[in-house]
Design a protein around this ligand. Structure first.
Ligand SMILES: Cc1cc2nc3c(=O)[nH]c(=O)nc-3n(C[C@H](O)[C@H](O)[C@H](O)COP(=O)(O)O)c2cc1C
Length: 191
């Protein structure tokens, strides 16, 4: 079954076909080389004043970093995310060295993760961002300085069959992907 976005006009096929699975193939592993292009894409994301506030902490399934990240997952995320080949924590420098807030740190971090996800999909890998994780525990676990914060974790891995998931996750995996209409999203004139 296609998970491709139903678009009102054709878009880049990688963007149309990217989606966030929960069914990962736990028999397949990832290496730093597998993620290199995706992290290059993340690195080359734009940011306010070119501040590049983002950083990434990466664990591969089976290593201690992966276990530490997996231990902070909440709710249903514990049922599927540990099958991914990699768990990544997305962190940002929210206050700079002069003690001034970086107001665009979170915006820039999200954009960098988006670049990662598109490149990963291009390379045959699947990314699923996860806010359902204990970000305070991540900050403590990885000894982040006071001016750095963890915001999300994300999974990277190879896709497995949706029916490998327990319910209700298998059903959700096959549910149609939806979005608000374009004419309710973009305004040419007054909002
Ligand atoms: C910041 C962020 C946090 C998310 N947190 C979770 C999460 O904790 N658990 C989960 O199953 N999905 C999570 N998602 C995935 C979204 O539900 C998913 O991206 C959305 O439903 C659109 O689906 P698609 O990515 O397949 O187009 C998160 C996505 C983002 C961008």
């Amino acid at each position: 079954m296609s998970r491709a976005a139903v678009t009102s006009t054709p878009i880049n096929p990688v963007l149309a076909n990217r989606w966030s699975p929960r069914s990962y193939d736990a028999t397949k592993s990832l290496t730093t080389a597998d993620l290199a292009a995706s992290f290059e894409a993340a690195r080359w994301s734009p940011s306010a004043n070119n501040n590049q506030e983002w950083r990434y902490i990466v664990g591969f399934r089976g290593d201690a970093t992966f276990e530490a990240i997996a231990g902070t997952l909440a709710g249903w995320n514990t049922a599927w995310a540990p099958n991914a080949g990699a768990l990544v924590v997305a962190i940002a420098e929210t206050t700079n060295a002069e003690g001034q807030a970086n107001p665009y740190a979170l915006y820039d971090l999200g954009q960098s993760v988006a670049h990662f996800s598109v490149q990963a999909h291009n390379d045959g890998l699947y990314v699923h961002q996860v806010a359902g994780t204990d970000v305070d525990a991540l900050k403590a676990t990885f000894n982040l300085p006071a001016n750095w914060d963890a915001f999300v974790a994300f999974t990277v891995g190879h896709l497995a069959d949706a029916d490998a998931l327990p319910e209700p996750l298998a059903e959700r995996e096959k549910a149609p992907r939806t979005r608000r209409d374009l004419n309710e999203t973009v305004f040419y004139g007054a909002f």
